[in-house]
Design a protein around this ligand. Structure first.
Ligand SMILES: O=c1ccn([C@H]2C[C@H](O)[C@@H](CO)O2)c(=O)[nH]1
Ligand SMILES: [Zn+2]
Length: 136
């Protein structure tokens, strides 16, 4: 499974997005360390704040299947520049990825940006901060 294949799976997941309010479908695909791939789409709600982004849908699917070691992430939306994940998703990515885990951001024009979790969320709050405070 390479980055291009992961982008293609994210595009297919995007087709499943439930976006009656924003009409802005997003797809994500995650390659786990054991080779498993999970995908996710954004899922909106009449109570707008309950919306779940594509990235978090994919991560939550992975973790709920008992896996949490992420090797590579791809996100796709129909944006002028490669899509930029929201702050909430960056924090959730930081929980389950290494700082140097690569995140491929893409759009439907074939433009891609390869970044890392640490670049997306520098100086992030993490479980180490909790441990240091004695809240294990
Ligand atoms: O990286 C992103 C950015 C936005 N959205 C969703 C949330 C909402 O459903 C819609 C518009 O913000 O796009 C994602 O799923 N991922
Ligand atoms: Zn998000």
């Amino acid at each position: 499974m390479n980055g291009e294949q992961l982008i293609e799976l994210a595009k297919q997941a995007r087709e499943k997005a439930y976006v009656p309010y924003s009409r802005f479908p997003v797809g994500a695909a995650i390659l786990a360390d054991d080779g498993t791939v999970v995908t996710g789409c954004n899922i909106e709600n009449a109570s707008y704040g309950l919306t779940n982004c594509a990235e978090r849908t994919a991560i939550f699917k992975l973790v709920s299947e008992g896996k949490k070691d992420i090797q590579l992430v791809a996100v796709v939306a129909d944006t002028p520049r490669p899509v930029s994940p929201c702050g909430m998703c960056r924090q959730v990515l930081a929980e389950f990825c290494s700082p140097d885990t690569k995140v491929i951001l893409s759009n439907l024009n074939g433009q891609t940006t390869v970044t890392t979790v640490a670049e997306l969320l520098p100086y992030s709050f993490s479980k180490e901060d909790l441990n240091d405070a004695g809240h294990t």
